[in-house]
Design a protein around this ligand. Structure first.
Ligand code: SF4
Length: 440
């Protein structure tokens, strides 16, 4: 029996997809790359953009056509808006929330899947009530994502996540620490702790669970005990809940990587209020100052939306000022588009496509200048690099520095993939470096 799983959207969906694969494979299914060859076809849906939702509809219409000639089972999970849920229920054989994943084998049995295929699940998950207890089928042998929380309580007006994933639920800290400890034992080198608002971890459990800084402290201790070299990242923190204690812990443990992703979204207070971001620029700036003081060699990444409803030229210029002032190494800049299910979907999308596009280019150009200046500070330095893959350019390999800046260097040694090497930085570009491998 074979399966095909399409995952759309963010790293949270990728992490969930790894658990879905684990359950399906433990039932005896084998993954195939060609959907035409699969008996079980699934999608981890994303509702962030209409395009992603359209892809789900296009796929299921195609699969339902195939049902005329062969016996297949289809399912959908992931981020699904209530309105889409109603139509998906009519189109797919199965729809389940990720928290119901442990019940998937039982549900499949009702669809005639042979019992020898459906009765076992990894870690006996049929008897557990938490999908987090399912060991993921990690797609990489050296890089892993570890979910620590599901859902969101922030209700930014441009985002539908609180409606698709529900309210924030923190995963028990012991499970997180056990998963990370196992990954370290298996020689994983890059571990990213994932959540919609990682730094509000534990808030939902009040005093019965540790807070994010304490969780990081315990992860740092795993690093000390193991004596192994690895880097732990977290994404994304919300500026509203970003306290100094988190940065102090990061500065105390070498395994907690010097890279902070701090979404700003806009450099203008009025737009931040309209976005319901719950912080103002002065508060954001204080966190950036703390980062620069406590983690002077950390790279700083952010997310920005340009052309949000009602954004005028002066407000957009405040975003440009913010890029110049906070000196990002990387910013994921998006042109605003109303997302179905989000509060702002009901508002007039009054900034023209041309204006959004010109603001996007202006912001990208400022970012390129700033990032280049920042990256030049690393010129002629030796950087520790985790090697990821063969570069497109023949005779070159590609890795990332601790600050998550991509770097290319000449080599013909495939065995370097998944290992740490030292690279001498010989060229700085806006979003990458070039270098030479140092002798081991
Ligand atoms: S913090 Fe805002 S942008 Fe992030 S998931 Fe929650 S609602 Fe969406």
């Amino acid at each position: 029996m074979t399966y095909f799983l399409l995952h759309l959207g963010c790293q949270m969906n990728q992490s969930d997809a790894e658990r879905v694969r684990s359950v399906i494979e433990s039932m005896g299914y084998r993954s195939v790359d060609r959907e035409e060859e699969a008996d079980l076809l699934g999608i981890m849906a994303c509702s962030v953009r209409q395009k992603a939702i359209d892809r789900v509809y296009a796929r299921i219409h195609k699969w339902n056509q195939w049902k005329k000639n062969k016996s297949i089972i289809t399912f959908v999970s992931g981020c699904i808006l209530p309105a889409d849920k109603t139509s998906f229920l009519k189109l797919f054989d199965l729809l389940f929330g990720i928290e119901d994943l442990p019940q998937l084998p039982t549900i499949l049995r009702q669809y005639g899947v042979p019992s020898q295929l459906s009765q076992t699940t990894p870690n006996d998950t049929s008897s557990t009530d938490s999908y987090w207890n399912i060991e993921p089928s990690y797609t990489s042998s050296f890089e892993a994502y570890v979910s620590i929380q599901n859902g969101c309580d922030k209700f930014c007006t441009f985002c539908a996540v609180p409606y698709t994933r529900g309210r924030e639920v923190s995963r028990p800290s012991q499970e997180i620490l056990d998963e990370i400890e196992t990954l370290v034992e298996k020689e994983y080198k890059s571990i990213t702790v994932l959540g919609q608002n990682v730094n509000s971890y534990g808030f939902d459990k009040r005093s019965s669970e540790m807070k994010f800084a304490e969780l990081l402290h315990n992860i740092g201790e795993i690093g000390v005990r193991s004596k192994k070299e690895f880097w732990v990242y977290f994404t994304s923190p919300h500026p509203h809940d970003m306290y100094k204690d988190v940065l102090e812990v990061v500065s105390s443990y070498p395994v907690l990587a010097n890279n902070i992703h701090l979404p700003i979204q806009s450099g203008d207070d009025k737009i931040l209020i309209k976005m319901n971001r719950n912080y103002r620029i002065a508060a954001y700036e204080k966190i950036v100052n703390d980062i620069r003081t406590l983690l002077p060699s950390a790279t700083l990444f952010t997310d920005i939306i340009v052309g949000f409803t009602g954004e005028n030229e002066a407000q957009f210029n405040n975003t440009l000022k913010a890029i110049r002032k906070y000196r990002y190494n990387m910013a994921y800049i998006a042109q605003y588009s109303p997302r179905p299910g989000a509060a702002s979907y009901r508002w007039e999308d009054d900034i023209t496509t041309e204006v959004k596009s010109s603001r996007f280019h202006a912001a990208t150009n400022v970012l390129k200048e700033v990032a280049l200046e920042e990256n030049k500070k690393f010129l002629n330095e030796i950087q520790r690099v985790l090697v990821y893959k063969k570069a497109r350019r023949d005779g070159f390999y590609e890795g990332k520095t601790e600050g998550r800046v991509p770097i290319q260097f000449p080599s013909d040694n495939e065995a370097l993939i998944g290992t740490f090497v030292d690279v001498h930085v010989t060229e700085a570009r806006s979003f990458s470096f070039a270098g030479e491998l140092c002798a081991p």
